[in-house]
Design a protein around this ligand. Structure first.
Ligand SMILES: CC(C)(COP(=O)(O)OP(=O)(O)OC[C@H]1O[C@@H](n2cnc3c(N)ncnc32)[C@H](O)[C@@H]1OP(=O)(O)O)[C@@H](O)C(=O)NCCC(=O)NCCS
Length: 144
């Protein structure tokens, strides 16, 4: 039985463990993880956590985005289900709950970006009604 609700303080250790299930090749930075979790959880409940038997098995982070002159939208900033629980409907349940929360908060448009190599995630989103609307390049500069 999967339970989904907003992040609670007792989810902290489980979420930290779950976060390691990202297939990222960079080292896990615990300080950065904790600082960003503090900031995100302060902003009023845009972090949804899926639990099974009390254990964190997935999360979705949502944020409202406003660009000058454009229709505001909500973005699914991150979506992750633990390795061993994929393909069991948890990601779909998190997206369903995300859309319910966004609708409840007056949101009408949901956007997300997904790296080119995540082809299974692309199928996942497309099967849930998301359509590819733009390809972009992302630039950055580190200010030392
Ligand atoms: C993408 C993800 C969130 C989907 O969650 P999930 O709980 O596995 O999804 P569901 O069980 O609700 O739906 C299963 C569908 O998801 C897709 N999927 C994507 N990656 C998958 C994976 N590693 N294992 C199983 N299904 C996956 C498939 O389309 C699958 O459909 P199928 O069963 O017909 O093949 C999850 O697989 C995950 O965390 N992947 C790694 C992180 C990631 O890519 N996040 C999205 C970044 S944009």
């Amino acid at each position: 039985m999967i339970e989904i609700s907003f992040y609670r303080e007792e989810d902290r250790p489980g979420l930290e463990e779950l976060y390691r299930h990202w297939d990222r090749d960079r080292d896990f930075d615990r300080t950065l993880f904790r600082e960003t979790l503090d900031e995100i959880s302060r902003d009023g409940g845009a972090l949804l956590v899926a639990r099974r038997d009390g254990a964190c098995v997935g999360y979705a982070h949502l944020a409202r985005v406003v660009h000058l002159g454009l229709e505001p939208y909500w973005e699914v900033m991150q979506l992750l289900v633990s390795d061993e629980c994929r393909g069991e409907g948890i990601g779909s349940a998190l997206m369903g709950e995300a859309e319910r929360v966004i609708r409840e908060r007056g949101g009408r448009v949901v956007k997300l970006s997904s790296q080119l190599h995540r082809s299974r995630a692309h199928v996942f989103y497309e099967e849930r009604g998301y359509t590819l609307y733009k390809l972009s390049k992302f630039y950055q500069k580190r200010l030392d």
